[in-house]
Write a protein that binds this ligand. Structure first.
Ligand code: CA
Length: 232
């Protein structure tokens, strides 16, 4: 699980790793193409960030070989400034997207989320999700608790859908903010707390176990569990 970063320059690795970790991603690193390929094939990463210029085996070659084995996994290529050729051969080799160095981590994080959203959509077998007695129909965009439809605003619905699709993961306020509100500027994360409280009230209006838990100092998590497990 998590993201695989295949990059040989230690400075770039540390900047990307630190940055993405702040955005809530879990990042594993491979420092050359051959190791990257091996790690990609041996593990179930959600996404691969692949530099083009790599020792042992270049990113284009790695990408082609990954595609031969794992067709679905999203791959984003990192390429040097102004090397149009890299971009074209990167996309030809089966990459889904590319970033030209240098780039802002916020932009990389946004691209990752888009790719992850797309890939989770493709593997969806049906359009309903459940946790405990909560059922979410993403076609009609209606949530039911104990078979009763909840009256949610559009924002509350998007927030609930994000939680339900990311069950059992700790979601930081900034992650929630950027995924649900889809904004790049700093709006402040208070709005997340406010909406989580609205949503909790509606979810728990007619009883049922608590589903959205506060993870102190980190954010929130949706899971089935009783109040005692809440770390707040
Ligand atoms: Ca490199």
């Amino acid at each position: 699980m998590g993201i695989l970063l295949v990059e040989d320059e230690p400075n770039v690795v540390s900047v990307i790793k630190r940055g993405l970790t702040d955005y809530g991603f879990e990042v594993s690193v491979a420092a050359n193409g051959a190791t990257g390929l091996q790690m990609a094939l041996d593990n179930d990463f959600e996404l691969i960030i692949l530099d083009v210029m790599l020792p042992v085996m270049d990113g284009i070659q790695v990408c082609k070989l990954i595609r031969q084995q794992k067709k679905q996994i999203p791959i984003i290529m990192l390429t040097a400034l102004d090397s149009t050729e890299n971009i074209v051969s990167g996309l030809d080799s089966g990459a889904d997207d590319y970033m030209v160095k240098p780039f802002k981590i916020a932009e990389l994080a946004a691209r990752l989320r888009t790719l992850l959203r797309r890939s989770s959509g493709e593997t969806l077998v049906n359009n309903t999700y459940t946790i405990s007695d909560l059922l979410l129909d993403t076609d009609s965009k209606i949530a039911y608790r104990n078979k009763e439809a909840l009256k949610l605003t559009a924002t509350e619905y998007r927030l609930l859908e994000y939680f339900v699709k990311n069950q059992k993961k700790i979601l930081s306020r900034i992650q929630i903010l950027e995924s649900v509100w889809d904004i790049d500027f700093n709006m402040g994360t208070n709005v997340v707390d406010v909406y989580v409280n609205y949503l909790r009230k509606k979810l728990e209006k007619n009883g049922g176990i608590k589903l959205i838990h506060t993870v102190f100092g980190m954010g929130y998590m949706m899971k089935e569990g009783n109040k005692d497990e809440d770390t707040k």
